[in-house]
Design a protein around this ligand. Sequence first.
Ligand SMILES: O=P(O)(O)OC[C@H]1O[C@](O)(CO)[C@@H](O)[C@@H]1O
Length: 545
Amino acid sequence: MTTLTQLASWQALEKHSTTVPHMRELFKQQPQRFSQMSTKACGLFLDYSKNRASTETLSLLFDLAKESKIEEKVRAMFAGDVINNTEQRAVLHTALRAPKDKVIKVDGVNIVTEVHQTLDKMEKFVYSVTSGEWKGFTGKTITDVVSIGIGGSFLGPKIVSQALRPYWSGQLNCHFVANVDGTAITEKLKGLNAETTLFVMSSKSFGTQETLTNTLSAKEWFLTQGAMQSDVAKHFVAVSSNVTKATDFGIDASNIFPMWDWVGGRYSLWSAIGLPIALLVGMDNFRALLAGAHDMDNHFANTPLEQNMPVIMGLFSLWYGNFFNAQSHVVLTYDHYLRGLPAYFQQLDMESNGKSVTLNGSDVKYTTGPVIWGGEGTNGQHAYHQLLHQGTALIPADFIMPLNSHNPLGEHHVQLASNCFGQTQALMQGRTFDEALAEVRNASLSDNEKQLIAQHKVMPGNKPSNTLLMDKLTPTTLGALIALYEHRTFVQGAIWQINSFDQWGVELGKLLGDKVLKRLTDSTETEDLDTSSNGLINLFKQQKI
Ligand SMILES: O=P(O)(O)OC[C@H]1O[C@](O)(CO)[C@@H](O)[C@@H]1O
């Protein structure tokens, strides 16, 4: 494998990076920049004109994608090749949204058939619960769902349910529990009625401490509310690839929804892990979510690199990380329903591309995944946007906004849009010293004071952003949007020559946590670790400082 930094396109980009003019200049030089640097796919519109890129930049970035054999790597993923080389697994979240007639084989079995069998099982279950056919242990209809899971088995269902709030059928309410902190489950259970509560336990491995502990506590609570052990089957269902462990745990075999090794946790909301979503919005809307993602899969797999949205977005993020030392990337959603999306993209990208070893085991010699963070516009404008505009760090931004609101209330949406577009403009053009001085010209200040104020008002601009628009937030556009970010993550990982589909760093945390747990629960003083760990463990045992 040729080292990434030895590629001709990489070296050309390195040289070129020092020559790209300020974006103000680029907009002057290229009058058609907006139409030339925007694209539409799967109900999404991407304006990428506010990036530090000339036509030459773009062509060099696409050269890098070609030299990195992106198209070949995309084909390998879709075909089910074992691209997760450290776990010897195929990576086929795309199969979860493939139509019924598609054939994708893993170990000789057409997994699309299994996927659709599971979707049908979900459909029956969702109907049974929402129609009131499914009864709790005292014969009452289910009103509340408590979804227990963590990581990918939590964040996807939670964020998508939140985003699709306008599509909730209204029969059910859903509560999500992830943290092992007993406060989380205690607070969720307050006010719930065991007779009308259904627990969905989501764990691919069925071995995750937080989820097992929370489920046990939920079961204990359930049994203290007048229910018997034999009632558990009416109130506990599980989603897992480990059916044996789930049945051993006491979940009725008929209440277990399967998932598979070829789906990574952070890519699993499209599987039965999405059951809480389907319970809330109904199966038609869940299938629409899958259809939107499938549309983006087709776009990604079949569109030339130059018009390929995930490729374009992936390349730009890499451009700033590797050639301008950007260490983080901000996602700003101008829609209250999408307020959780930055956290979802954070997990997706940072768990995937937070790697420092290449596929063949050598240390990477370049920056890989950035810190992904963000929040809801306009709130962030009155907080951390200050640093985006005038801080010393370069932080590329994605602005995401539906053109039509689900709640068209007076002037709210037009004001929201003006803020969104205004921010991207301000980031791009900044404010020069002369402009700042002109603004304070008439202030009753001395010349020196005016100069000083103007100096503080200077904004360098040239801060890159993408703007993603959609007509309206629907299950379909949301599916396409999330799949877009999944593929953007793939593009970057593929260019960096890393495995975006394992998570050994997280696994080590789990392992050490288990070892510490043993020490915390035995009665002897801990002396065999480093002095800090010994000290902290022993303080915990004493239960006072
Ligand atoms: O679904 P499981 O097996 O309980 O795992 C939960 C999460 O734990 C991780 O393995 C690491 O935290 C995630 O990738 C995964 O989504």
